[in-house]
Design a binder for this molecule. Structure first.
Ligand SMILES: Nc1ncnc2c1ncn2[C@@H]1O[C@H](COP(=O)(O)OP(=O)(O)O)[C@@H](O)[C@H]1O
Ligand SMILES: [Mg+2]
Length: 583
């Protein structure tokens, strides 16, 4: 820009200079030549007049005259008689010279007319200018001619042209300097505006142009400053709006993703990225099918585009681990164009909900089943008694005993279900600092009579155990269930119950030398109603809810339960409960 401006200025000025220079020099040169020609002619006339006078006054030799004045005026003088013969000559021997009557200037002068001409001189062998005037006295009639070599004239011309060129050069330099100044004057503020625009494009909105100019450029700078200010305000508003939207999107538990007409991702939240295991990538602009390959997703996107209506579908998505997703698709409208420009998809993880629903229905059918067995048994024996067995005291007593056992089973079952639901609802009341060593001791005392005669029930506890903040009944229930199982499933050997503190944990363990649990059952024993051996378990009066209750209590206190077991060797349950207050 600066270069262009400078060149324009420069070329215009130079063109003007050349035009002016050519006209001026041409004109001046012309008049200069004319002037010098006229000068020489005047000189010739003057010499002619002097010659006429001299010839009047006294008898004087033409030769002497010519020599004297040629020297004085620094010209060559030739005097020619009326018949064309050279009678005096300063620069050559006139005897050798031919008749001059054919020379134009001589001819003209002999005809009484002064005349000047430029021509090659045979005598001197150079280009010359000749000025001839007629001379007439009583004694002589002829022509006086002066001549000057053009070389001399050229010397004068050169001097003239040199000074003219010098002037042009000086003016040109002045023009260049002015062109630089003016192009800077215009382009510097423009450069500033350009730089500022570049900074804004790079995101720096704090730019401001300072200018003192009041012309168009000043107005441009002012307009630019106002624009930058407005832009800054708009950007700030947009930024905060964007932040709000982003905060909303990011705080959502559901995965949100919007795709355009070509199914490329316009935006998505962190939850969606986590769903497709691309937390750390920028997936905007990628086709959604590259990120998540799932038939249900294709169906939702296609249906929404086809019907331009919201669609919701539920199904399995396999990504690292299987989960059940509900995908809600809604068309994205462009108000101005009144058409859909994409689809907004919300991914809702319903795995947990469906699992719970499944568990609930499982639980109901399990409970009904568990109730049905003892109730059927009770009804059967009541019927048998009614049908006459009541009269046989021995049978009657036996049947009543069975009814009693079944009733107790039912009672235990109801007790366990109630307990489970209470724990599940996180109903933990009566929480206080408890002496766990004491609680476990009480459980041992309570259950000791149930142990078979070949089984030794031992209790090992640290001398001091930090009081643990809990509901004493819960810990008691936990230990009863574990120790009760150990007693139930151990025919002979030892049961060792331990209680100690390990760092910030309260540790409880129950180890027995019983029948053990097979590997494939180990993962399932904490499930509700799960029993390794159904028939045996119902004989021992187990409900299958004991370990499930244990697990819930442990989870309630944010603890952890582990089980190690080997068939026919024994089983060990280890419970670790964290102290909520750090020691
Ligand atoms: N100490 C143990 N030794 C061997 N098997 C055990 C032991 N504790 C639990 N089990 C197995 O785990 C199953 C689930 O236990 P639990 O939930 O307490 O139910 P229940 O005792 O009513 O049968 C039991 O049926 C039993 O097969
Ligand atoms: Mg049990």
């Amino acid at each position: 820009m600066k270069k262009k401006l400078f060149m324009t200025y420069f070329l215009i000025a130079i063109a003007t200079m050349i035009a002016m220079g050519v006209t001026f020099i041409g004109k001046s040169y012309h008049s200069f030549i004319k002037q010098s020609e006229e000068g020489y002619m005047t000189q010739a006339e003057l010499l002619g007049a002097i010659l006429e006078n001299k010839l009047h006054e006294e008898e004087s030799s033409l030769e002497v005259f010519a020599k004297t004045y040629a020297n004085d005026y620094n010209v060559r003088i030739t005097i020619v008689s009326k018949d064309g013969e050279v009678v005096a000559e300063t620069n050559a021997d006139y005897d050798d010279m031919d008749n001059h009557s054919n020379r134009i200037e001589i001819r003209k002068a002999l005809a009484g007319e002064k005349y000047s001409v430029k021509r090659f001189s045979k005598t001197l062998n150079v280009e010359c200018m000749y000025c001839a005037v007629p001379v007439e006295t009583e004694s002589f009639q002829g022509v006086l001619r002066i001549s000057v070599p053009l070389e001399e004239l050229k010397g004068l011309e050169f001097g003239f042209v040199k000074s003219a060129l010098m002037t042009i050069l000086v003016i040109t330099i002045i023009i260049i300097l002015m062109a630089i100044y003016f192009s800077n004057y215009i382009t510097n503020p423009l450069d500033e505006v350009t730089n500022a625009a570049r900074k804004i494009a790079n995101g720096d909105l704090r730019v401001k142009i300072y200018t003192r100019q009041n012309d168009q450029i000043g107005m441009l700078a002012d307009a630019f400053n106002t624009m930058a200010e407005k832009l800054k305000e708009n950007m700030a508003a947009l930024y905060s709006r964007n932040n709000e939207l982003e905060a909303i999107l990011y705080s959502m538990d559901n995965g949100v993703v919007a795709v355009d007409d070509e199914n490329k991702i316009i935006f998505c939240n962190q939850e969606f990225k986590a769903l497709v295991s691309r937390e750390d990538d920028d997936i905007s602009g990628l086709p959604i099918y590259h990120v998540l390959r799932n038939q249900m997703l294709y169906d939702v996107v296609d249906k929404v585009k086809e019907t331009e209506d919201s669609i919701s579908k539920e199904g399995h998505i396999y990504n690292e681990e299987e989960c059940i997703m509900r995908i809600n698709g809604t068309p994205l409208y462009e108000e101005k164009e009144d058409r859909t420009v994409g689809v907004l998809l919300i991914f809702e993880d319903v795995t947990q909900i469906r699992k719970l629903e499944h568990m609930r229905s499982d639980f109901v059918s399990n409970v009904s089943h568990e109730f049905k067995t003892p109730l059927t048994s009770i009804r059967g024996f009541v019927d048998t008694l009614k049908n006459g067995a009541i009269h046989d005291e021995k049978f009657a007593m036996k049947f009543l005993d069975i009814i009693d056992i079944e009733t107790e089973r039912l009672y235990n079952l109801i007790q366990d279900i109630l307990l489970l639901s209470e724990i599940e609802n996180n109903n933990d009341y009566n929480v206080k600092e408890n002496d766990v060593k004491q609680i476990v001791g009480d459980v041992i005392t309570l259950l000791n009579p149930k142990a078979k005669k070949d089984v030794a029930l031992k209790y090992e506890a640290d001398a001091y155990i930090r009081p643990y903040s809990c509901n004493a009944d819960r810990i008691k229930q936990l230990m009863i269930n574990l120790v009760d199982n150990a007693i139930k499933y151990t025919e002979n050997g030892t049961i060792i119950v331990k209680c100690f503190s390990d760092g910030n944990f309260l540790c409880l363990s129950v180890e027995d030398t019983g029948k053990g649990i097979e590997k494939e059952s180990l993962d399932r024993i904490f499930e509700r109603f799960y029993r390794v051996d159904k028939s045996r378990s119902s004989k021992t009066g187990g409900t299958g809810l004991g370990l499930s209750i244990v697990k819930h209590i442990v989870e309630m206190y944010n603890g952890d339960i582990r089980v190690e077991s080997e068939v026919l060797v024994g089983t060990k349950f280890i419970v670790k409960l964290p102290y909520t207050t750090v020691q």
